[in-house]
Design a protein around this ligand. Structure first.
Ligand code: B12
Ligand code: SF4
Length: 575
């Protein structure tokens, strides 16, 4: 591909950061990009990756590279199950432009640095916290101890860079500059990291205190300076409808200080808790945010198994069942707070009694109206149970880098499976699987019942969109993704209370331009007309009659769109 030398020299300073998986990448790349921007590097992020097939990946990466012309592309390999895709992305990027230098970063990249650096498409692995070493890479200081290169593969001589309580220069900034489309910016789901690290050593986890120390030298978890977390909130509060947190050490008092400069009374919050939450946390969250979703991880739904693992130092401190019900009672005092309880199935020391306990607790919690998160034990690379399953009379479906890589390379498109840890004893394995299937079904059916709202002709519905914005198509999807012919056409972007988004471009027929993330042409006008019909609360049959008259829409189409909008919470029932 030819390019003018002027464009090349102008743009070759920039850096593009991508996640390795589909969906939302870690907020870690936003912290890295913010830091780079503050130090004069033209950094961009693509936070959300919607590419399913190899062809889609190749097409969108080519579009991005054409627009950004980066000198370096950073790929975040935080989660192990993205390893095959990360290598595929790097390979495609090198095919698009062999001059691009590729740096991998994130937890999994750090622990697999040596095997990753044997791939020609990986030039560098940045170990641990990425901000300072990535800046060093961008400014040509390759001697930074966290920059690992293929040759020579020598051990770093200097102490690695590890962030701590004094790292005041890590915070969100430049959100107006780092996103490449409004869609990507709007899809950021509001993650803030109040701290980093972990003090626990759960047997199934590859982010334990021990592993973080061994892999990149973080000896213990820490809370970030209040002023830095305040800056995060200040940067994102006006751009997100929700805040999300997943860190064990933050107290209600700490969080309150970090929120003190922004009004979050119209925001939602999701908080992932790792054990018994501090007493005041629920009340504080409830009074600060409009809606709160708390996820309480109790490790395992069987109390006996949970306590046994805790006593052996194999699981973080988790509540007893009695403590759990105390938390539930405390949370129920707050009408804007919903609680989900999560746990892992098939942990070590399962038996007939513990499986019965799991079912019983799940049923009790469902009856109390709580949501349940439940999944079988996965093999996380480096975790105790993955490395030494025999100690627990178990076996792991993958252990080495090569085994993980080939598992994900061979996985069919759309398959989201990961290697599991299973019981060696067939009878126990079958019993665990049966219980897990039974609980899955129970949870699924309860959730389906809860979400089901049968729309009938007398149902009274009203438009429930909580935000509506207008953009030009080129701004919304990004100029790299949209043909110039339609880039100035209008897009109406709607959001429902639970965060679902809907973008409608009525003036862009699919015959001219097509994008899977967009409602277009006539179909888009119909969706907007249905929403408009419910501007005031109306019975469904009245709205259908009005739509037939004013828009010539037949009842079947109106009904179909109404169902779709109810599912997405863009329309809600009025009782
Ligand atoms: C918060 C969190 C989440 C959040 C992520 C929110 C976010 N950050 O955007 C949510 C809830 C979405 C999540 C989901 C999952 N998580 Co998680 N998560 C965590 C947790 C608690 C903290 C991580 C964190 O946010 N750190 C703060 C951010 C700012 O740091 P960071 O992302 O690591 O980024 C820094 C560096 O890694 C580096 N970096 C990262 N990428 C790049 C890229 C480049 C180019 C460079 C230079 C640097 C760099 O620089 C960044 C800035 O300093 C850790 C546990 C722990 N103790 O660390 C588990 C952890 C990372 N998660 C884990 C797992 C297994 C999962 C899930 C697979 C769980 C599941 N079964 O569904 C999913 C996967 C989601 C997906 N997309 O597929 C494992 C990872 C195991 C592994 N080696 O892969 C961990 C270690 C613990 C655990 N057992 O749960 N998780
Ligand atoms: S699973 Fe356990 S060890 Fe891993 S991050 Fe959570 S609390 Fe820490």
């Amino acid at each position: 591909m030819k390019r003018s030398s002027q464009t090349a020299s102008l743009k070759r300073h920039s850096v593009l950061l991508l996640g390795a998986g589909t969906g939302e990448a870690t907020c870690g790349i936003l912290y890295v990009a913010s830091y780079l921007r503050r130090h004069g590097v033209e950094a961009y992020v693509r936070l959300n990756d919607f590419d399913e097939t190899a062809e889609e990946m190749a097409r969108t990466l080519a579009q991005l590279i054409k627009r950004v012309r980066p000198r370096i592309v950073g790929i975040s390999l935080k989660w192990f199950h993205h390893v095959a895709r990360a290598i595929e992305m790097a390979t495609v990027l090198k095919q698009i432009d062999p001059e691009i230098e590729i740096a991998f970063g994130g937890n999994s990249a750090t622990s697999w640095a040596t095997p990753l650096l044997t791939f020609d498409c990986v030039d560098y692995v940045i170990s641990g916290d990425g901000e300072e070493p990535m800046l060093a890479l961008c400014t040509g200081n390759l001697s930074h101890p966290n920059i690992l290169t293929r040759a020579p593969l020598t051990a770093p001589t200097k102490t690695p860079y590890v962030q701590g309580t004094k790292s005041e220069d890590i915070y969100y900034s430049h959100f107006n500059d780092i996103f490449l489309s409004q869609l990507d910016a709007h899809s950021f789901s509001g993650w803030v990291a109040p701290g980093k690290g972990c003090s626990e050593n759960c047997l199934y986890c590859s982010g334990t205190r021990g592993l973080q120390k061994a892999i990149f030298g973080r000896a213990k978890p820490f809370l970030r300076p209040v002023a830095s977390v305040q800056k995060d909130h200040a940067e994102i509060a006006g751009r997100t409808w929700q805040m999300r947190y997943d860190f064990a050490g933050s107290t209600a008092a700490f969080l309150e200080q970090t929120w003190s400069q922004v009004d979050l009374s119209k925001h939602s919050a999701t908080y992932f808790l790792w054990g018994v939450p501090p007493k005041e946390l629920a009340a504080t969250l409830s009074k600060t945010f409009e809606r709160v979703y708390m996820v309480l991880d109790i490790g395992c739904f069987s109390q006996q198994q949970r306590l046994e693992q805790m006593q052996r130092g194999l699981l973080k401190p988790c509540p007893t069942n009695a403590e759990l019900f105390d938390v539930i009672e405390a949370c129920e005092k707050h009408s804007n707070l919903q609680l989900e309880i999560s746990g892992i199935a098939g942990l070590p020391f399962a038996n007939h009694l513990t499986l019965g306990q799991e079912k019983k607790l799940v049923k009790q919690l469902l009856k109390a109206g709580k949501s349940i998160g439940y999944q079988r034990l996965e093999a996380q690379p480096g975790s105790l149970v993955t490395e030494h399953p025999e100690r627990f009379e178990m076996k792991s479906e993958a252990q080495t880098f090569e085994q993980f890589l080939s598992f994900f390379q061979e996985r069919a498109l759309g398959d989201v499976g990961v290697p599991m840890v299973r019981y060696l004893n067939e009878k126990t394995e079958n019993a665990v699987q049966e219980t897990s299937d039974e609980i899955d079904e129970l949870v699924w059916n309860t959730a389906a019942q809860k979400s089901h709202f049968g729309v009938h002709e007398n149902s009274q519905l009203v438009n429930a969109c909580v935000a509506r914005e207008e953009f030009e198509l080129g701004q919304w999807l990004g100029s790299h993704r949209v043909s110039p012919k339609v880039s100035h056409e209008g897009v109406t972007v709607l959001r429902s209370i639970n965060g679902n988004g809907l973008s409608c471009a009525p003036s862009v027929p699919v015959s001219e331009f097509e994008d899977a993330l967009l409602q277009q042409g006539h179909a888009a006008s119909q969706v907007l007309s249905v929403l408009q019909a419910f501007e005031r609360a109306l019975p469904v049959k009245t709205a259908i009659a009005a739509l037939r008259k004013s828009k010539k829409m037949n009842a079947e189409t109106s009904n179909e769109i109404i169902e779709y909008l109810v599912q997405g919470a863009f329309l809600k029932a009025v009782t």
